[in-house]
Write a protein that binds this ligand. Structure first.
Ligand SMILES: C[S@@+](CC[C@H](N)C(=O)[O-])C[C@H]1O[C@@H](n2cnc3c(N)ncnc32)[C@H](O)[C@@H]1O
Length: 330
């Protein structure tokens, strides 16, 4: 767990890219910003594009058209990515008329055709969401981590997590009796888990940003900052450029600044640009509310009222219990 100083160094937030800038929030279309950025500049592109779901900030188009438009942006992203750079593309499932379209699978070839290499398909699992009634409820999204070449930064030690059994020892061989783990912790795996005690399983359980999360703004699909922090810490070094082309309310930019990287983002909606700038300024003044990376996920003890089965259900036949939970938020 890392402690942030109360006040951060105040950095000017610029509106256009310049090689000397430290923080850039471009208020407009990503394509216009891309034309300002030289080849081989950015160390990490981390983003969650619009999913073509018809949210406030997007117009729904056919899947073919959506992927075609994204492919044009992705080829420019590839151009500005450094040879030792990484791209983390975070998407979920697109659901149309009850049919599920896994966006990461649909995107994969676009990156592959550019010669990029997939290093991990990370499962980001969260505990809340819609309850489906005609399929299993969806509780994960994915991050495709691609590199531009075989030479890339991977700072594993910066993102190790506590081992479940740090006291394990070699039971045979020349190291018999010596600790078998790494004193810095274990590799967090490609299923992301923040805390070892979470469900005693190998999940990276980063809470989804919903209304009870300290970082929540009015944006409907905001990144938890700690999700991006993991990518920043593992895939970049201090002073490197981190770019979120679909920056929303600036979560990726905050994650970059928190670890002394340079932050660049474009966002076409004025309202989100304004919030992103406010959050950056709140960060500089030391007042940003955010979940510190590594904070354990809350687990019910079973004593909370909400953890207990309602008395009214005691005499209900099983069939009626199963009728519950039609498409409703938790
Ligand atoms: C899924 S959201 C990303 C939210 C972001 N990860 C955050 O933490 O706030 C996608 C964002 O991309 C923006 N967007 C969509 N098309 C864009 C474009 N062509 N140029 C710039 N921003 C765009 C949308 O307005 C939306 O805020």
């Amino acid at each position: 767990m890392q402690n942030l100083p109360l006040f951060q160094e105040l950095k000017p937030i610029q509106e256009n890219f310049s090689p000397d800038a430290e923080v850039v929030v471009y208020p407009g279309d990503v394509n216009a910003l891309l034309s300002q950025i030289p080849d081989n500049t950015i160390k990490l592109i981390v983003t969650s594009p619009s999913y073509n779901l018809g949210k406030d900030y997007e117009n729904r188009v056919s899947m073919e058209k959506y992927l075609e438009t994204q492919a044009q942006v992705i080829s420019q992203l590839h151009r500005i990515l450094r040879r030792d750079g990484s791209l983390c593309w975070q998407v979920g499932n697109f659901v149309d008329d009850g049919e599920v379209y896994p966006l990461d699978i649909l995107y994969y070839n676009t990156f592959k055709k550019l010669g990029m290499r997939l290093r991990n398909r990370i499962i980001w699992r969260f505990g809340h969401g819609l309850h489906a009634s005609k399929r299993f409820s969806g509780r994960y999204e994915t991050i495709l981590w691609f590199t531009k070449s075989d030479q890339y930064t991977f700072n594993l030690d910066s993102v190790r997590v506590p081992a479940k059994y740090p006291g394990k020892r070699h039971f045979k061989g020349p190291n018999k009796g010596k600790p078998s783990g790494n004193p810095l912790g274990k590799n967090p795996s490609d299923i992301w888990e923040i805390v070892a005690k979470d469900w005693e399983e190998e999940w990276w359980d980063i809470p989804n940003v919903k209304s009870n999360h300290p970082e929540k703004t009015c944006h409907p699909c905001q990144f938890p900052i700690e999700l991006v922090e993991r990518c920043v810490l593992a895939l970049t070094n201090e002073g490197d450029w981190v770019f979120d082309p679909y920056a929303g309310v600036g979560s990726s930019l905050l994650a970059a600044l928190m670890h002394n990287r340079r932050a660049l983002g474009s966002e076409k909606e004025g309202e989100y640009v304004k919030i992103a700038r406010e959050r950056l300024n709140t960060y500089f003044s030391g007042e940003l509310r955010h979940r510190i990376i590594g904070t354990p996920v809350f687990e019910p003890t079973g004593k909370e009222k909400v953890s207990q089965r309602p008395e009214e259900w005691d005499n209900l036949p099983q069939a009626r219990l199963l009728e519950k939970d039609e498409e409703a938020y938790e």
